[in-house]
Design a protein around this ligand. Structure first.
Ligand code: AMP
Length: 469
């Protein structure tokens, strides 16, 4: 199914960022005097687009990345999801592309269709007033339509690596004018087996070029990739190694449960928490379907989103969730990690992720742009070790929690590294949460319609040349 959406629909703009965000950073102490957008070297037209979008101040990653990227430096970032990373790389791209040149000059690679869509929506907002045009290139949609859109000319391509490789093999995309490449959620691209494709694509882009790489985690293969392809990068990591890679405003807890009582615990947890909007992660499509059905039979407005659904079906579900017609979205990792919806108050890991770094991506669906969020993980006793690994990955202990009246087996302690004070408390069950921070944060939504295909800037001014120094 082909979708080609004008992402500068004024309605989409209104949905954007009207609410003044609480800007998010790694520690409380760092939330200090934030720069203004007009101090970052952005052009008037960009400043106007930002004003229209409702972004009042740059987030820390925007403040750090934009000036270096505009200078043309390679950058390495690990900003957690929900901190404004997309605009941080799109704004410099918009400044540097030559709108009169109709061949792609910027290439953004992302692991999933949903993320490509999300970047496309952000592009639509930020390119307001420009002629710049972006085309989304993703699998599961008509390649012919994507070829047609590319042939019409664009400055930016947002792609999943697999489909981009297909287009390259057909020689229906030209990369010889590309001068900036963004690898977004690079660790995810490697995880889903895109490493050879990413490397082949990087080899096909001419040098010299500018490369921006974002990744929540830095596994050894990715470190090697970054050493090979990034030239003297500016380190714009908001989180240094060994710091908590999850967003601090998110309260995180685990519940030990017997495998056959997981459904019961989930229902009781939802009753207790009364989430505004919750995303529930399951490991398999089948599991997600079962949980979705269970929630609906318990009277909850819930739907399921996984890889068996067509792109059009996924978009419908996501839109219903965005508009608040659904309280709960049950998702698998592949589709879940690209979801950008403001006002998700809870993420629940019905199944723990197999890969601990996936945990970071999952819970980043809540607490976006400084909203509060809560993440619960249901853990069965055999998963004690996995829980240890997750805590090690995020360098943070999760709080123990339990549902009153439902037996909670003890957390296995023999695998766990000694973490002092928490050990005793955990074995005895629940430790209360610290008090809630700040606003309750059910903000606006993340953007307009979902959709791959063409992302267009609005043409209400004459084309202008590249703004790059
Ligand atoms: P991201 O981290 O790029 O996924 O962005 C998270 C959300 O924050 C998206 O819905 C953006 O539209 C929004 N956003 C990005 N930058 C800003 C900003 N400076 N002020 C307010 N909202 C923003």
């Amino acid at each position: 199914m082909v979708r080609c959406t004008d992402y500068c629909d004024p309605k989409a703009l209104r949905v954007g960022g009207i609410k003044e965000p609480r800007l998010q950073t790694t520690t409380e102490e760092e939330t200090v005097a934030v720069a203004r957008f007009d101090e970052l070297g952005l052009s008037e037209i960009t400043l106007k687009a930002l004003e229209k979008t409702g972004y009042l101040k740059p987030s820390p990653v925007q403040e750090r990345l934009i000036p270096s990227a505009i200078e043309g430096r390679d950058c390495l970032g690990n900003a957690p999801t929900g901190t404004g990373k997309t605009a941080a790389f799109l704004l410099p791209i918009l400044e540097m592309v030559d709108e009169k040149e109709r061949l792609p000059q910027a290439l953004i690679l992302a692991p999933t269709r949903e993320l490509v869509d999300q970047i496309g929506r952000e592009f639509g907002k930020l390119s307001h007033g420009r002629w710049a045009r972006a085309v989304g290139v993703v699998g599961g949609e008509s390649i012919y339509n994507q070829q047609r859109l590319l042939a019409q000319g664009c400055q930016v391509v947002i792609a999943t690596p697999g489909r981009l490789m297909d287009l390259m093999a057909r020689r229906t995309i030209r990369l010889d004018k590309v001068k900036i490449v963004v690898l977004d959620e690079a660790d995810q691209m490697l995880d889903v087996g895109f490493q050879p494709a990413v490397e082949a694509i990087l080899e096909a882009v001419p040098e010299p070029r500018q490369t921006l790489l974002f990744s929540a985690t830095m596994p050894p293969e990715l470190r090697k990739l970054s050493e090979r392809y990034l030239r003297n990068p500016v380190d714009v990591r908001l989180i240094k190694d060994n710091e908590d890679a999850t967003i601090p405003a998110i309260r995180q807890a685990y519940l030990m449960v017997e495998p056959d009582r997981k459904f019961e615990v989930l229902i009781r947890l939802l009753e207790r928490e009364q989430p505004e909007r919750a995303i529930i992660f399951c490991r398999t499509k089948h599991g997600a379907d079962r949980v979705g059905t269970l929630l609906r039979t318990n009277g909850l407005k819930a739907d399921t989103m996984h890889g068996n659904l067509s792109q059009a079906q996924r978009n419908r579900v996501l839109q219903a969730f965005r508009l608040g017609r659904l309280k709960a979205l049950v998702a698998t990792d592949v589709v879940g990690r690209g979801i950008d919806v403001r006002g998700v108050t809870h993420v629940i890991n019905f199944d723990l992720p197999e890969d601990p770094s996936q945990y970071v991506h999952r819970i980043g669906r809540t607490g976006r742009m400084g909203d509060d969020g809560t993440a619960f993980s249901l853990v069965i006793p055999e998963q004690g070790k996995l829980l240890d690994q997750i805590e090690k990955t995020i360098s943070r202990d999760l709080e123990g929690d339990q549902i009153e009246g439902i037996f909670s087996p003890p957390r296995p302690v023999h695998h766990r590294p000694q973490r002092g004070v928490f050990m005793g408390r955990r074995q005895n069950g629940r430790k209360p949460f610290p008090p809630r921070r700040g606003n309750s944060g059910s903000g606006g939504q993340g953007g307009g319609q979902g959709g791959g295909g063409g992302f267009r800037g609005r043409r209400d001014r004459a084309p202008q040349g590249a703004g790059r120094p």
